[in-house]
Ligand binder design. Structure first.
Ligand code: MG
Ligand code: ZN
Length: 327
């Protein structure tokens, strides 16, 4: 899996003389907990429309972790980031206790610019899968240290307190002296630093229903503008983090509102790739959450009756959509 990925990204490095113009830009979009039922419910709530209908290539992914049919977001994130199935609750360390390298780190080593955008905290399991190697996803302060020592060029997410209100009294924001850690989205857009970080909230960001702002699509638009202005290719991971939290809450309005925000963000990525033939967009999920089913509904107004099977995750396969070069 990893070999295939590397040969796709860096054909010359793998000795495959191929006519490629410039290296591939990659936008990986992860809807946490976004199974087919979440997509279906979100699509109906969005007047029966989703940009996912425009993706020409669609597959299915087996989400189980190393020893459990039901994965968590740490093992699920690591599988996507590092290409290996590991134990639940672990980040970037395999079952032989070996540290794994992520696609983001491989891209960094090959001269890429990289970015992580999430509407959870930036130390939460999904974004952390791309830069951390930790035996427990709950070790937020250790994960924060690992982000501060990483080469990630742009990051946007919550969880500032894990960086500057720590048990060890370190101020990682000050320690990250090669990153312009800005105080507002306006400052993020204005900054022309080569590395920029934006903490959106001290702790976990609220939901869309509770008024989370700015929107994920705005963050992606601003970050793509920066990446586009630079010469190097880029790898960007964007997470719709809270589709999962709506599933855990068994709250269909929470799920559909978070899905619609994510859908609008996917549209931004899709439009970028339509204008840049050197960009690949992949949209997928780490697992399904809630065991959601739509059991009744009308086409008029798209009202749904829904039911849940669990407040946890389920083991069902999830879809993978891709568009663009090498899709
Ligand atoms: Mg997540
Ligand atoms: Zn979850």
């Amino acid at each position: 899996m990893k070999k295939i990925l590397i040969s796709l990204l860096f054909p010359l490095a793998m000795g495959q003389a191929q006519q490629t113009d410039s290296p591939l830009n990659i936008i990986l979009m992860i809807g946490d907990g976004m199974g087919l039922s979440q997509i279906s419910a979100g699509m109906y709530a969005n007047n029966n429309q989703t940009v996912l209908e425009d993706f020409p290539v669609i597959g299915l992914s087996k989400t189980h972790s190393k020893n459990n049919l039901v994965t968590d977001s740490a093992a699920g994130g690591t599988a996507m980031a590092c290409g290996e199935k590991i134990y639940n609750y672990v980040l970037g360390i395999n079952s032989k206790n070996e540290k794994l390298e992520s696609v983001l780190e491989i891209c960094e080593d090959n001269g890429y610019n990289t970015g992580l955008i999430a509407n959870s905290s930036i130390v939460h399991a999904t974004p952390a899968s791309f830069y951390a190697n930790v035996d427990s996803r709950k070790k937020y302060e250790e994960i924060a240290v690992q982000l501060s020592e990483s080469d990630v060029d742009y990051f946007i997410g919550g969880g500032k307190k894990h960086f500057n209100e720590r048990k060890d009294s370190r101020d990682l924001i000050k320690e990250m002296n090669t990153v312009d850690v800005v105080k507002s989205f306006r400052a993020y857009k204005k900054s022309d630093a080569k590395r920029i970080g934006l903490f959106t909230y001290d702790d976990e960001p609220p939901s869309i229903i509770e008024g989370r702002k700015p929107l994920l699509a705005d963050y992606l638009t601003a970050t793509l503008e920066k990446l586009d202005s630079r010469e190097e290719p880029f790898f960007l991971m964007v997470e719709g983090s809270q589709i999962d939290w709506g599933g855990h809450a068994n709250d269909i309005d929470y799920i559909t509102s978070e899905f619609i925000e994510f859908n609008n963000t996917i549209e931004v990525a899709m439009n970028y790739a339509k204008n840049d033939s050197n960009t690949l967009v992949i949209v997928t999920a780490d697992h399904e959450t809630g065991g959601l089913a739509i059991t009744m509904g009308k086409t008029e107004g798209f009202e749904m009756v829904t039911g849940f099977n669990t407040v946890g995750h389920s083991a069902t396969m999830v879809p993978v959509f891709s568009y663009g070069k090498f899709s």
